[in-house]
Write a protein that binds this ligand. Structure first.
Ligand SMILES: Cc1cc2nc3c(=O)[nH]c(=O)nc-3n(C[C@H](O)[C@H](O)[C@H](O)COP(=O)(O)OP(=O)(O)OC[C@H]3O[C@@H](n4cnc5c(N)ncnc54)[C@H](O)[C@@H]3O)c2cc1C
Length: 402
């Protein structure tokens, strides 16, 4: 028995023995994608996209192995604002695709259980010129029959009494009751547990260092310890590392990862209940009376090479100042945490979900806004991998870069 199989046993101790589960591919080209024929699927990466896909595939009887280089949710998924929303999405067709993503979370919360899902919607406010942006979001939601309530100052104040709604300018407010926030690591844990109970293997601390190819197919992946895993199909769901890993198979996946800063306050005696979106600032409850704060304007100032940041550095202080402007009662409450996340995004900003054009059993799965659309993408991609034609996925096809 290889060390790799022993590793499988060790890391999946509640599973039955799996000595025959990692064998040679069953021959033939995966292009046929007959569900009875293609069943062994290796997913590289246990972020939210990999975990959502593993859950859907295992639930449909596929033989799934998830290979995670670190621990589930260790990369982008662990540093997400995790606001499930369909706002500020352009182009319009992308906005429309996020709408089912919002609804899918309600259903998933029902079927999966757990306390990762925090419904109640979110609130957008805008003053002066920014009021027009809020009104635009309201119109977009109405055009797609999504629930939205336009709010005046007093209605916002009734929902969020700690917000400063300065009354000297034009104002627009909105409540999007279907939107939510989620605990991404909590959701990933639940998805992987359900996948495992459907027979999936979840390997952690098993880093993929090479993808070996032959005649336009990936034949096996090689791990850091030199072990090899064969499968019929390989899915690259490695977040920001996907471009580099795709390159190992000779596949170009042009990505533009960008850093995002999240700061967390110390516990504060305030009553913030929703995700609040105020122009460039997003602020949300973060458990234990803490608040999480982010700003796309602050993100735009970050050095792209940055991966760690101290709480007393200027971007963190800037975020805290923006939060205080919004909620003056924050007073001199300080920060407790500061994290940099890397947005996992293709150069054109749109999701990539499709077979690599030159490697017919390598599927590429990369998306920003993954916290919103992972349940929908997981379902669609599972169908596609098992032989269903999914027209909804056509705009995400990797061939757009060719
Ligand atoms: C600051 C920030 C804020 C965000 N806010 C929101 C939001 O409000 N709403 C929203 O919908 N989305 C948001 N997102 C985006 C969302 O978090 C991501 O789209 C999503 O988490 C991506 O998940 P993923 O599974 O594709 O990638 P990841 O979570 O990065 O998962 C990839 C996994 O692959 C593993 N891996 C990498 N290399 C290897 C290897 N060689 N071998 C094996 N495993 C490997 C990693 O360890 C990791 O666990 C935000 C992102 C950031 C950075």
């Amino acid at each position: 028995m290889t060390a790799f199989i022993e590793e499988v046993r060790r890391r999946t101790s509640r599973e039955p023995a799996c000595s025959r589960s990692i064998g040679n591919a069953r021959g033939g080209r995966a292009r046929k994608r007959d569900p009875a024929f293609v069943t062994r699927i290796a997913i590289i990466g246990a972020g939210l996209l990999g975990a959502s896909l593993a859950d859907r595939l295992a639930g449909r009887g596929a033989e799934v192995t998830v290979v995670e280089g670190s621990r589930p949710g260790a990369d982008t998924s662990g540093t997400s604002i995790a606001w499930v929303n369909a706002q500020a999405k352009a182009p319009a067709e992308y906005f429309a695709r996020n709408v089912p993503g919002v609804a899918a979370h309600h259903e998933l919360a029902h079927s999966l259980g757990g306390d990762w899902y925090h419904p109640g919607g979110d609130i957008a406010i805008g003053h002066g010129l920014a009021a027009a942006n809020v009104r635009e979001q309201i119109e977009r939601h109405r055009a797609l029959d999504c629930d939205v309530h336009e709010l005046d100052r007093s209605a916002v104040a009734a929902l969020e009494p700690d917000l400063d709604l300065c009354d000297d300018e034009a104002f627009a407010g909105a409540h999007f009751p279907a939107e939510a926030r989620i605990d991404v690591p909590g959701l990933i844990g639940r998805l992987l547990r359900r996948a495992r109970s459907s027979g999936a293997r979840i390997l952690c601390d098993v880093e993929v260092v090479d993808l070996e190819t032959q005649n336009g197919r990936v034949v096996q992946i090689v791990t850091q310890s030199g072990d090899r895993l064969t499968a019929d199909l390989f899915v690259l769901a490695a977040g920001p590392a996907s471009e580099r890993l795709a390159g190992l198979a000779g596949v170009s996946l042009p990505m533009a990862p960008t850093p995002g800063l999240l700061v967390g306050t110390v516990p504060v005696a305030l009553s913030v209940a929703h995700v609040i979106h105020a122009e460039d600032v997003t602020l949300r409850p973060d458990g234990g009376d803490r608040l999480m704060v982010a700003s796309r304007h602050v993100d735009a100032t970050l050095d792209h090479a940055i991966r760690e940041i101290a709480m007393d550095m200027e971007p963190c202080r800037d975020l805290l100042a923006r939060a205080r402007q919004l909620i003056p009662d924050l007073g001199d409450a300080g920060l407790e945490a500061a994290r940099i996340g890397v947005r996992s995004v293709a150069v054109d900003g749109m999701p990539v979900a499709g077979f690599a054009p030159s490697m017919d059993n390598l599927y590429l799965l990369v998306s920003h806004r993954g916290a919103t659309i992972a349940p929908v993408l997981g379902e669609l991609v599972a169908g596609e991998l098992l032989g269903e034609r999914r027209e909804e996925l056509e705009p995400t096809d990797r061939t757009r870069f060719v």
